[in-house]
Ligand binder design. Sequence first.
Ligand SMILES: [Ca+2]
Ligand SMILES: [Ca+2]
Length: 220
Amino acid sequence: MSRRLYCYHLTESRFLLQRYVIDTLQSIRRKKGVKAMYMRVSLLVSVVLLLTVIAGCCNTIRFSDLSPGTRYEVGDVITTSGVDIVVEPFMWGNDNWTSDGRAEVDSRQYSGASGNDMNARNVNLNFTFDYPRSKISLKFADLGGNENIQVNDEFLNLNEIISLDGLILGGVTLSVSAVQEGTNWIGKLVLDGTIHSFSIGGQELWIDDVCYCDGLRGCF
Ligand SMILES: [Ca+2]
Ligand SMILES: [Ca+2]
């Protein structure tokens, strides 16, 4: 079963469980003895299942299905883990746009995750998920230059991803935890809110473990 179909069935299960819990709550008062005890146990199990389902569904892009060294130019589409990522122009620190950058699959694990990273070199990576999403997170290594981020059509050109910590962009709360190694920053970016679009890029930016959720569950 595909992950998308799995999530669909979870949503259907959520509605069925909600109805069962409500119906049981309404009828349990009229029951006595063993039957009432059975219904209480059944109700407890249903509530636990419901809470699990409400937690939602998360998927993670790890770039493990791509070959190190593969390059993508502006206009190319990176298809990985069933998601299309469009490679788009990038705005430099002087506010000029360039279409001469590239993205490249890199196995040096600068982001601190495993296997391949995706390296953005003067490009933006536009993640065309099935929106909306309730949460997105990713691991990153910001090893130099400026970065771009866009959330829900609100765009920001910045020097360090760590400066996003605590900001609200496009109505979505951003948080960043990172460690500094010289002039480099290595850490995790989390977007929390109703997300309808998302892209990120940099001059020397490596990303991995791009987690996206459609419920209340957090990413790692
Ligand atoms: Ca990886
Ligand atoms: Ca930077």
